[in-house]
Write a protein that binds this ligand. Structure first.
Ligand code: ZN
Length: 451
């Protein structure tokens, strides 16, 4: 199994090879914790989750780091508006973020470093960049001097003018060039601040990721994989490369992967349009399996257009797969290698739409073949869709053992020609919210409380 990934820095699909054989390091920019996660945040966590699962299958030692930005002006603004402390806001939304991701069966990264726990490391990274001559001090700000780093622009392939016109570039008097970016800025007494050789202040956003990566993998080590949304390519990831390359003699990162945006009915999500879809709201009315499948329905590098039908289609597929899976008898653990085909599909630049097609093909074959049914269950499980487990709300609502024994009792009644008893049992099941379907040699069931 060879993993291929589209490497943004070279603009082509490449065979992935870690720096150290058998051991992989991956970093993904995590959330800034000041509001409820939306489906865009979910996609940004789910894409690396699929890659993490693949890497873990192939390599013994995978270190996956996803940071938490818990100091930021957006958090300070939210705290001010809600009359709370920055700490209260960040703690609240860290918990919500982690709960939402767990609901979607997104695996926990190996490390989830917080910016506020890493201030000494951030300060010493900035000191190294200053000492190496790639930064300057101006009006109590420490700025990265982009004119000194000749490869600046290598990831985004932007020209000087494009960079200056680019989004999120702040023009300020204290900068030698508008391209230069902040490593450290001063804090007033009512702003979050930490003591530093340059007085009370706080870090710029870009330096946080670079120092958290280096503090975990080591200053002189190269990161294997770095991911994030493609809106982070410039300036955030461009700046990370500049910082990382100027504080250490080793290459910063070998493979960069970026996921596309989530659109809602072909429009960008925004507060002003009122079309932001929060995970919390989705999870209230939908099974996590369906949300997960919907988020995987487009290739990760393409935009994902979210609409009512995206979720309905995924829901229908999950219903079909789940009711088939319930007719599975035996020990699923005996079929562990049956997911090889889906692994091959995903190894080619995380082709999740193709993986879903594969599940559909298996589901057709699974109606008559127990091995294909087992393959459907283990392949779905590989992408984090557990067809044998019920949602917590479903588990509370039904007694699965009772349902199984009634379905079996009815099947036996039918087989022996006792249709009156079979109908009575069916009515009882219906009243419990269980719908059943008779196939040639078995009966499959599904829990549909709304039907
Ligand atoms: Zn980052």
């Amino acid at each position: 199994m060879t993993i291929k990934i589209f490497n943004t820095i070279n603009r082509k699909k490449e065979i992935f090879k870690p720096v150290k054989s058998g051991s992989v390091s991956m970093y993904v920019c995590g959330p800034t914790v000041y509001s409820h996660p939306h489906i865009g945040n979910a996609r940004a966590a789910l894409v690396p989750d699929i890659l993490f699962r693949l890497l873990k299958r192939k390599y013994d030692n995978v270190t996956y780091i996803r940071n938490i930005t818990d100091v930021d002006d957006k958090i300070s603004d939210a705290a001010f508006k809600q009359k709370k402390t920055v700490y209260e806001i960040s703690e609240t939304f860290i918990k919500i973020y982690q709960d939402n991701m767990a609901s979607l069966d997104i695996l926990e990264p190996t490390y989830q470093p917080r910016v506020t726990d890493n201030m000494p490391g951030i300060v010493s990274t900035i000191e190294k960049i200053l000492k190496n001559g790639f930064a300057y001090i101006s009006e109590d700000h420490i700025l990265f001097d982009t004119s000194k780093y000749k490869e600046y622009g290598e990831l985004s392939k932007r020209t000087l003018d494009e960079m200056i016109d680019g989004a999120r570039i702040e023009v300020a008097d204290y900068k030698k060039s508008p391209r230069d970016f902040i490593l450290w800025k001063p804090s007033s007494n009512d702003q979050p601040g930490w003591e530093s050789p340059w007085g009370l202040g706080r870090p710029g956003w870009h330096i946080e990721c670079t120092s958290m990566i280096k503090s975990i993998i080591g200053n002189e080590n190269t990161l294997d994989l770095h991911g994030g949304g493609n809106d982070l390519i410039f300036p955030h990831h461009e700046n990370e490369i500049a910082q990382g390359s100027c504080m250490s003699s080793s290459k910063y990162c070998n493979y960069w992967f970026h996921n596309g945006i989530v659109l809602v009915n072909k429009k960008k999500m925004s507060k002003s349009l009122g079309n932001v879809i929060l995970l919390e709201d989705l999870l209230k009315n939908n099974k996590s399996n369906s949300i997960r499948l919907a988020l995987l329905s487009a290739h990760y590098r393409q935009p994902l257009n979210w609409s009512e039908s995206t979720l309905i289609e995924s829901n229908n597929l999950i219903k079909k797969f789940s009711s088939l899976a319930r007719s599975f008898v035996g020990d699923i653990n005996k079929y562990e290698n049956l997911d090889n085909e889906i692994i091959d599909i995903l190894s080619d630049d995380l082709n999740t739409p193709e993986a879903i097609k594969h599940l559909s093909a298996l589901s057709k074959a699974a109606k008559t073949n127990q091995k294909d049914l087992a393959s459907l269950v283990v392949s779905a499980k590989f992408i984090g869709i557990n067809l044998l487990a019920h949602n917590i709300s479903t588990l509370k609502a039904i007694d699965e053992e009772l349902v199984k024994s009634l379905v079996e009792e009815r099947f036996n009644a039918r087989s022996s020609g006792d249709f009156k008893k079979a109908d009575e049992i069916r009515d009882k099941l219906l009243s419990m919210g269980i719908s059943i379907k008779d196939l040639e040699d078995k009966t499959v069931w599904d829990y549909n409380p709304d039907n």
